[in-house]
Design a protein around this ligand. Structure first.
Ligand code: 5GP
Length: 189
């Protein structure tokens, strides 16, 4: 998506550890008008897939997932990050490694909101090593629901999480794919 690439070049800041900061329109301040443009793009990619639920992960996926869900006219579920050791049996759970903060945490979704009849589209802001997407996928599988695919705003393709998950058969559509960001210079695939 040309608009997103231009916005990343204009407003993105490359930080140590292969982190791209896009706080001024995506991760902190949110440009809702722009989210609407990204949502339309996701809709054009997945409109024939009978999506019944959008799934994302707290916190930074929630904004874009909500605006996308308006276009699809379906609910959003966000997987919660849980610190609780003894998780009750009424939730699906998976482990995720945090790219930005390090360490591992559990994510949970209540069984009440994810059913075998659901056709799920995962939406997230970033795809890096693929741990978040892989954890979300496993929640969908545990629920016996159909995972239609994943819509990602920014994929850092040089980190290969997307390659691994695509090889496993997951349909991933990323609106911007970054090939490299060496020395602060962002290049797209
Ligand atoms: P993964 O699990 O694919 O390694 O990382 C995906 C998650 O880490 C996303 O949900 C996102 O919140 C965060 N993330 C990964 N890379 C970046 C980055 O370069 N910038 C920002 N702001 N978040 C990132």
């Amino acid at each position: 998506m040309r608009l997103l690439e231009e916005r990343i070049v204009r407003d993105g800041k490359v930080r140590d550890g292969n982190v791209l900061k896009v706080d001024c329109f995506l991760n902190h301040q949110m440009d809702i008008q722009f989210f609407g443009e990204m949502a339309k793009e996701f809709y054009s990619l997945f409109q024939d897939d009978n999506i019944s639920k959008i799934l994302t992960i707290e916190a930074s996926g929630i904004g874009i997932a909500c605006i996308t869900a308006q276009v699809f006219n379906c609910p959003v579920i966000f997987a919660k990050k849980s610190k609780t050791k003894n998780i009750a049996g009424d939730v699906y759970t998976a482990k995720v490694e945090s790219f930005t903060h390090g360490g591992t945490y559990d994510i949970i979704v209540s069984k009440e909101f994810l059913k075998p009849s659901d056709r799920v589209l995962i939406i997230d802001d970033f795809l890096a090593n693929g741990s978040a997407l892989s954890g979300l996928s496993s929640l969908v599988k545990d629920a016996g629901a159909t995972l239609v695919g994943a819509g990602i705003a920014i994929e850092k393709a040089f980190q290969h999480g997307g390659d691994v998950l695509r090889e496993q058969g997951l349909r991933i559509e990323s609106l911007a794919r970054i090939k490299s960001m060496e020395n602060g210079k962002i290049e797209f695939c």
